[in-house]
Design a protein around this ligand. Structure first.
Ligand code: ADP
Ligand code: MG
Length: 370
């Protein structure tokens, strides 16, 4: 891929970066108005952008072969198809919200790894939104930009996204995790700097995605909403374990995951506020057990990654994301990072599984102009 100048025969007006994210705890609770605790990571997407005055849009990415070119008016639900929808969709969503936006030339020159569960899609949207906000003098705050990014992904790309990824990319600050209340979108910065305590978060990407993932996601979401309705509640957000006495069997187990997971987020935040980062390990383990046993969204590879990480020195480990594959995270003393990584790789080899990809995830700053 050639540079901006060769592609567009001009210079960009600037460069904007937006990070990927990892969710520390609070999984499968966003559709129950729950709490989650993501943090931005060092991996980032960078867009080089130049404003245009003729309403044309030209998009290119070093990570994808085919670019897109069209008029602003040609952007809408389903158009453009493919990756360009994530960037173009932001322009559409901002216009839909009544903002005056012109055309752009945009090159994605650096990227969060795609499809690794680190939210490359939100990073692309958020970098684009920040660029457009600056170039057209929109003066929108980051919550408004996040809303446009969510709308782009939901309506133009047609992928359902709850908003955690966009909030994490735009609102995170270095050395913190972002407590996000999905009931009202409110956020709070919670101290989270593992390196200061000699710790590191590892992301273990199993590189498997089981075909049942999509259907099962819808089934879980429906089960959680049905449990709330059975209990006469708007959501499970305010349900207590005692409330769940009215349920049994599978509905009870699904609801119990949500109720206990929201409680674990609160406990983790209290520990982090108290400077007791290392003590969140058991909460990560309990989150995994709940996702595996009550919510039944884990799989052999995720269980193996977590068990092996713990056995070789991690303070805690859990699957992250939708489940049935994807990634796990582990909280590991820096002195044990190599042991944990080697043990996990060896365990996968011994079971005849594909080699996982293991990275560090360091809490980093949110989107910004370079
Ligand atoms: P994740 O967000 O977890 O990485 P998604 O499936 O939500 O996975 O988003 C990945 C998609 O986002 C890619 O398939 C591509 O369409 C788009 N995308 C993300 N980053 C880029 C990039 N740098 N260049 C082009 N497209 C990208
Ligand atoms: Mg995504």
């Amino acid at each position: 891929m050639t540079g901006f100048r060769n592609l567009f025969d001009r210079e960009p007006d600037g460069r904007w970066a937006a990070p990927g994210r990892v969710n520390l705890i609070g999984e499968h609770v966003d559709y129950a108005e729950g709490l989650c605790l993501p943090f931005a990571i060092a991996e980032r997407t960078v867009v080089e952008v130049g404003a245009r005055t003729d309403g044309r849009v030209r998009l290119q990415s070093a990570a994808e072969g085919e670019g897109w070119e069209g008029a602003l008016d040609a952007i809408g639900p389903g158009s453009p198809a493919g990756w360009a929808g994530y960037a173009a969709g932001v322009l559409w969503a901002l216009r839909e919200a009544g903002h005056s936006v012109g055309g752009i030339d945009l090159l994605v020159s650096e990227t969060v790894p795609l499809g690794a569960g680190l939210s490359s899609s939100a990073a692309l949207e958020c970098a684009t939104a920040l660029a457009v906000n600056d170039l057209f003098g929109l003066a929108l705050d980051r919550r408004e930009l996040a809303a446009a990014c969510i709308r782009a992904e939901n309506d133009v790309v047609g992928a359902s996204t709850g908003g955690m990824d966009q909030a994490a990319s735009l609102l995170s600050t270095a050395g913190h995790a972002l407590l996000l209340d999905t009931r009202d979108g409110s956020t709070r910065q919670v101290p989270f700097a593992p390196a200061d305590d000699g710790l590191r978060v590892l992301v273990i990407d199993t590189r498997v995605r089981h075909h049942l993932a999509d259907g099962q996601y819808g089934e879980r979401r429906a089960a959680v909403e049905k449990a709330a309705a059975t209990l006469g509640l708007h959501s499970l957000r305010d349900a207590t374990l005692r409330d769940l006495d009215a349920l049994d069997g599978e509905p009870l187990r699904r609801a119990r995951h949500v109720v206990t997971e929201i409680a674990r987020v609160r406990e983790a935040v209290a520990l982090l506020d108290d400077g007791r980062l290392q003590d969140i390990g058991p909460l990560l383990d309990a989150s995994h057990t709940s996702l595996a046993k009550d919510f039944e969204v884990s799989c052999r590879e995720l269980d193996l990654a977590c068990e092996t990480a713990r056995a070789s020195g991690a303070f805690g480990a859990r699957m992250v994301g939708g489940g049935f594959g994807g990634s796990a995270i582990a909280l590991v003393p820096v002195s044990r990072v190599d042991d944990v990584a080697t043990s996990v790789r060896d365990a996968f080899t011994a079971e005849g599984l594909r080699q996982p990809e293991i990275r560090r995830a360091d809490p980093s700053e949110g989107a910004h102009r370079l």
